[in-house]
Design a protein around this ligand. Structure first.
Ligand SMILES: [Zn+2]
Length: 118
């Protein structure tokens, strides 16, 4: 399962960031996942629950913010959603455009320390 390796990477990175910050228990980790990142949010959430044991994230919740995929059409100066599966075609001028602006994100955007840690 490919989400498990992604969840493990997120946990390792968040664990590292939290410890560097003097936090030994994390309550929430927020990640941004693009529509085209190739990650199924539900599967990622499940993998996260499996992989978090024994880390500073053992009691943490994963919050997934989904980012819709958008492409840019230069001549129209317009962004348009490419959908899933992606279709790189400007709906305004009816021309192809493969200038993807967002949708491949896979990044940690927030780590909340656990306030109740003893
Ligand atoms: Zn256009």
């Amino acid at each position: 399962m490919h989400e498990l390796s992604i969840a493990t990477a997120i946990i390792e990175r968040a664990d590292e960031l939290a410890r560097a910050d003097g936090t030994d228990a994390v309550s929430t980790v927020t990640v941004r996942v693009g529509e085209l990142a190739g990650v199924v949010p539900d599967a990622l959430g499940f993998a996260f629950e499996v992989a978090r044991d024994g880390t500073a994230l053992a009691g943490a919740q994963l919050v997934v913010e989904q980012v819709p995929a958008q492409a840019w059409c230069g001549p129209c100066a317009e962004e348009f959603p490419v959908g899933m599966p992606p279709f790189f075609w400007c709906p305004r001028c009816d021309q192809p455009s493969n200038d993807l602006r967002c949708g491949r994100e896979l990044e940690i955007t927030g780590i909340e320390p656990s306030r109740a840690s003893a």
